[in-house]
Design a protein around this ligand. Structure first.
Ligand SMILES: NC(=O)c1ccc[n+]([C@@H]2O[C@H](COP(=O)([O-])OP(=O)(O)OC[C@H]3O[C@@H](n4cnc5c(N)ncnc54)[C@H](OP(=O)(O)O)[C@@H]3O)[C@@H](O)[C@H]2O)c1
Length: 301
């Protein structure tokens, strides 16, 4: 049996990060987490991990964090910018990744696992995807033994998306659907993504490979709402289509208001399908695909 790795995790306090830390610990690895000041409480319950205070935009904190580690899992990403605070997609996705890669290469790290997103491509419409592409390009040109993951929507307790849909189905008599509602998504449970990362640490065949990651079912937004309703025991989810033009006008005007749920960049992504052929991912990591109905019932039922 190989000795446990010492794994440095960025984004550990996030929804996906907490699941990845759990999976890495279950595989017996020693885990050190980068934690921003004020976010320590998000790692409550994880007793046997090391914590280093820092930020991906502060390379000195990354040096402290990676000292003595042989593996890096880089999960940091944002869905919303705060330009006044210097928080932009360019800085967090591209500059943050370059910082992590530079420090990793200097610190003697051997293995590097990178979180990207489905839809990331050079000619992407959304800046979220454009900057994730810039980050991927930096990863591909690094000397480290890298693996890139590009998931569709990830669901599980504490997520942003399915929890929001479930909240609307529970509380609203009629649930708004943006545009046609025919855009397709391929959600998968967070535990599968986390297990993929944990297994990748030791899977040499996955070095210098990128994986599109999704569940077995590609469903429309409308079908997803019905499945969420099914998991919550609702016979029927009433829906109201909101014309995309109206949502665009509101998002352009209001997206900087705290609490407004959508940015123009998110709308661009919502207009696209987020689907892939995930069989290569499931095969490479020896994972059994979880049918969406079953996964949502386990999460919400
Ligand atoms: N959730 C999905 O459906 C999905 C799908 C595809 C790809 N992804 C990708 O998966 C990754 C994790 O997503 P998530 O849903 O877990 O997001 P999340 O819950 O918002 O977590 C983001 C993490 O990044 C950290 N972070 C943000 N800015 C940072 C900075 N400047 N320095 C250090 N840490 C920073 C956050 O720290 P704080 O706790 O301090 O804020 C948090 O730990 C992202 O790269 C995202 O793009 C997610």
């Amino acid at each position: 049996m190989r000795p446990p790795r010492r794994v440095f995790v960025t984004g550990a306090t996030g929804f996906v990060g907490r699941a990845v830390v759990h999976a890495l610990r279950a595989h017996g690895h020693v885990v050190r987490c980068l934690v921003r000041r004020g976010s320590e409480h998000d790692l409550r319950g994880f007793e046997a991990i090391e914590r280093v205070e820092g930020d991906v935009l502060a390379p000195a904190t990354l040096e402290r964090g990676m000292a003595g580690c042989d593996t890096v899992v880089h999960l940091v990403g944002i869905i919303r910018e705060h330009p006044a605070a210097g928080v932009t997609f360019e800085r967090i996705h591209a500059e943050g990744t370059v910082n992590v890669l530079d420090v990793a290469a200097r610190s003697g790290v051997r293995r590097y696992l990178h979180m990207s997103a489905l839809g990331t491509r050079p000619d992407a419409r959304a800046r979220y995807h454009q900057t994730k592409w810039a980050a991927e390009e930096a990863v591909r040109s690094s000397p480290l033994a890298w693996t890139i993951f590009r998931p569709s929507v990830i669901y599980g307790p504490g997520d942003g998306f399915v929890t929001m849909l479930a909240g609307m189905v529970r509380r609203f008599p009629v649930v708004p659907v943006i545009g046609s509602g025919l855009q397709r998504l391929q959600p998968l449970p967070v535990a599968q993504v986390a297990e993929g990362f944990a297994r990748a640490v030791e899977l040499d065949a996955t070095v210098k490979q990128g994986y599109e990651v999704g569940g077995p079912d590609a469903v429309t937004m409308i079908a997803l709402l019905d499945l969420v309703g099914d998991a919550l025991g609702r016979r029927r989810v009433r829906k109201l289509r909101v014309p995309i033009g109206i949502v665009w006008s509101m998002a352009r005007l209001l997206h900087r208001l705290p609490g407004f749920p959508l940015t123009p960049d998110q709308l661009l992504m919502l207009e696209e399908n987020s689907t892939c052929d995930p069989r290569r991912f499931h095969a490479a990591f020896g994972l059994e695909p979880v049918p969406l109905r079953q996964g949502l019932r386990a999460m919400l039922g």
